[in-house]
Design a protein around this ligand. Sequence first.
Ligand code: NAD
Length: 245
Amino acid sequence: MLRDKVALVTGASRGIGRQIALTFAGYGASVIVNYNGSKERAQEVVEMITAMGGKAVAVQADVASAEDVGRLFEEAHTAFGRIDILVNNAGITRDNLILKMSEEEFDTVLDTNLKGAFLCMKHAAKIMLRQKGGRIINISSISGIAGNAGQANYCAAKAGLIGLTKSLAKELGSRGITVNAVAPGLIETDMTQKLPEQVKEGMLAQIPLKRAGSVKDIAEAAAFLASDRAAYITGQTLQVNGGMA
Ligand code: NAD
């Protein structure tokens, strides 16, 4: 499905990003595994892809840093000579109620989750415009659609990602580049491990499919949007949430 494609996945050392990297490689893509701090885990993903007979490199970069992102795209382009797919997956939470939320908590989340995607899209767009085609997939969240108490910073960033997605779809569509978002619901990863049991139970009660999602559920949706099968889909947000909203 992704044979001969080159994909760059941000925050790919664990969780959803890791599974997207492995799934894309399984479908034939070469993968740039971006990580911020977890060098060993990123290398492990590279080794797993290599063991599958695929190609991958790990590149360190903090997506919130314009300088790092510039270097990330240079190294990625040098490694494989092209970039066909960008997945903006890197994300963090700094939850707090609005009266307690510090400016730092707000800025840090916006810088990584929203500005990071903007910086990566800017570099990817330049390369994809030259190549006359490409796929950009932004990992948003149900929180960006429905809002969530205690997550104003995260929800604002994830809603902002949907706006970026729609705008870039309009800017880049005429050049064969599609831009879509995936909005996961409750997915079992390190990020949701931190949630109190009571909160998780409350969320599970609202899921018609009666289970939390797996990283594979998200990776398969992203793979579809990255493939030729989704050639006529752009500017959309695919909700993968077990029917939660
Ligand atoms: P996770 O915490 O397991 O993984 C996040 C990854 O992003 C990590 O590898 C981390 O190192 C990386 N990262 C964080 N800051 C970075 C930075 N500045 N530069 C580069 N990499 C950075 O979380 P996850 O659950 O796998 O989440 C992946 C994405 O999916 C996030 O954008 C998250 O907001 C989104 N999401 C997750 C859920 C869920 O239920 N788990 C639901 C909706 C959306």
